[in-house]
Design a protein around this ligand. Structure first.
Ligand code: ADP
Ligand code: MG
Length: 583
């Protein structure tokens, strides 16, 4: 149970403010989360971690010398937005590229991948290794699909130590992948957790029972049993992790192997209980001939106030063992002695915060005006249909599609207005709108709209007037980006079902010599038809998947809003082309 909060919606932000106020020696607030308050050598790879809030000390508590350079901190149990990840990466970058590492969850992957793409577009190199330590979340043959839990700590530490010894981006990625391969975890839970302001726990475990392999956000486990004794639990955890299939490939023999055990508390399990469990774990590992190195018993990745625990085994080789000696000094985790480092200067922080608008010419500014009118029309059409979109999403989803789209489109309008007023060209105006949308909307669709608008922005440029073919290419790129990030295919009952026919009809019209405005109109009609046709489909992606059968007969809310938006933009393009402004 969570007892203390002000406004539940402000909880994560206020938590970060207080965390920074209490740890100013280590961290500073940046757009998107926190970064080290201390300087790093120029050219050092920046290790950027992150995820939803509610897992303290993951992720903000793990920022400092020897560990992460920055953490993107999302809302409670929600992925950070693309903009937040990007903000954290920009603040952390030392000129040596950015290395992302975080737990493998669909929302996080989508937003971190989109941020990575944005960095690359700007010429900042980036790599990613997601943490996949939870053995209960997929069979060993499908390890890449596994979730990340307490194994974050060992992978983050290996990556950071490699960065600080001077490895380049590829070197850091190699070490992190090796550490991830050699990190396996298995956990149990006795209660669910209750987010601030919520009446009921997010999920429950029956009194006296134990959920085996339950995820840190309540994802389904693999079994349920009566709660065993402390020794019984130790035996179960060790047996699962010493199963020959779970001993990493490079380990020649269990006997003689060096292993760091991490017994992690999930939020409201007593340290004393964990010590009783660890007593038996140590006996069992020693009994198997394992050389225990630097055991950890404590909280490293929690799940709000969930009562539960997980055991991680980190199988060292010579290189990982040497890297494990690297000292760490962060708010929540310290190891060895770190030499004092200089603080980031006030002038450097100020320079970071200035928000420069790239140069543009007059023709691009004229296109930026059309972009601004289009974004305004999008916000207006969403306002008109906000309740309807919410109702559609409530049939099989969580009912937030209307308000999410409203928050996103209003933020996008404000950002486009501000950029255009400051003299931005078309690409910058739309890019700012995309960032604001993704940052404020929340939800899957918010992230995808950010990705779509950013892809279109890239083809508009900040100089000259984009041609109809440029715009059609931008929309096709947007369509590809959505399927790349969201992994939905045609027929999965998502906005992809309206987006793909929209993009192909637009490209076809423009190729055939139609004006942008005429081709866009036909494409919008195709999108509308396709959105209506999603009523017949069974959802296979996103939140709606779990309540699939209810959704048959109702069109997909994301497809419907996409069709509404394309129609509103068609009106803007039609009046722009009548006035002879660039279209
Ligand atoms: P959430 O599902 O996070 O609550 P919204 O309610 O704002 O987000 O948006 C729901 C819409 O998002 C769905 O109707 C669907 O069109 C779209 N969507 C969800 N997952 C995907 C995906 N993987 N790929 C493409 N579109 C998706
Ligand atoms: Mg929803």
């Amino acid at each position: 149970m969570t007892r203390l909060w002000n406004e539940p919606a402000a909880f994560a932000d206020e938590m970060i403010d207080g965390f920074v106020a209490a740890n100013g020696r280590y961290v500073r607030r940046i757009p998107g989360g926190v970064a080290r308050a201390t300087t790093s050598p120029a050219g050092q790879v920046a290790v950027v971690v992150g995820g939803g809030s509610g897992h303290y000390p993951a992720f903000g508590g793990l920022v400092g010398p020897g560990l992460a350079h920055a953490a993107a901190m999302g809302n409670l149990f929600a992925s950070p937005s693309t903009q937040q990840v990007y903000g954290a990466a920009k603040a952390a970058d030392n000129g040596g590229g950015v290395f992302f590492t975080y737990g493998n969850y669909a929302g996080d992957v989508l937003n971190f991948d989109a941020a990575e793409q944005r960095l690359r577009d700007e010429g900042i190199d980036a790599r990613t290794v997601t943490v996949t330590d939870d053995i209960s979340s997929a069979p060993v043959a499908e390890r890449r699909r596994r979730r990340g839990i307490a194994g974050d700590l060992t992978v983050f530490r290996a990556a950071a130590a490699a960065a600080e010894r001077g490895d380049d981006l590829d070197g850091v990625a190699r070490v992190a992948a090796l550490a991830n391969e050699r990190t396996r975890s298995f956990g149990v839970a006795f209660t669910g957790c209750t987010l601030p302001g919520a009446e009921d726990p997010l999920f429950t475990v029956a009194e006296g029972r134990m959920a085996v392999g339950l995820g840190i956000h309540g994802e389904q486990g693999i079994d349920e049993t009566d709660i065993p004794t402390a020794d019984g639990l130790a035996e179960m955890l060790v047996a699962a992790l010493l199963d020959p299939a779970e001993v990493p490939e490079g380990v020649a023999s269990v006997s003689g192997a060096r292993v760091v055990p991490v017994l992690n508390g999930l939020g409201s399990l007593k340290y004393e209980e964990m010590f009783v469990v660890y007593r038996r774990i140590a006996q069992l590992l020693e009994g198997a001939g394992i050389e225990i190195v630097d055991p950890h018993v404590g909280e490293y990745c929690t799940s709000f106030d969930m009562a539960g625990t997980s055991l991680t085994l980190y199988w060292l080789d010579d290189e990982l063992a040497a890297l494990w000696e690297h000292p760490v000094d962060t708010p929540a985790y310290r190891r060895g002695a770190v030499t004092a480092t200089e603080r980031v200067s006030a002038s450097a922080i100020e320079a970071e915060a200035t928000d420069e608008i790239p140069d543009a010419d007059d023709s691009s500014r004229a296109t930026a005006h059309t972009v601004r009118l289009a974004v305004t029309a999008i916000a207006e059409t969403i306002d008109t249909h906000v309740d309807e979109l919410g109702r559609l999403d409530a049939v099989a989803g969580d009912g937030d599609h209307g308000i999410g789209m409203q928050r996103g489109s209003h933020a996008a309008r404000a950002a486009a207005d501000a950029a255009a007023d400051a003299g931005a060209g078309a690409a910058t105006t739309l890019q700012r709108a995309a960032d604001a949308w993704a940052d404020r909307a929340g939800g899957t669709s918010g992230a995808l709209w950010g990705v779509m608008l950013a892809a279109i922005a890239r083809t508009l440029g900040d100089t000259g007037t984009p041609t109809a073919a440029d715009v059609a290419a931008g929309v096709s790129a947007a369509s590809r980006a959505v399927t790349d990030y969201g992994k939905a295919e045609l027929g999965d009952k998502t906005l992809v079902d309206a987006l793909v026919p929209f993009a192909t009809t637009l490209a076809h019209g423009v190729d055939g010599g139609a004006s942008l405005s005429a081709a866009w109109r036909s494409a919008a009609v195709a999108a509308d038809r396709a959105a209506t046709a999603t009523a017949d489909l069974l959802p296979r992606k996103g939140r709606a998947r779990t309540h699939g059968e209810h959704a048959v007969g109702t069109p997909d809310p994301g497809a419907v809003s996409l069709a509404l938006i394309t129609a509103a933009v068609a009106d803007v393009l039609a009046s722009a082309s009548e006035k002879g402004t660039p279209s």
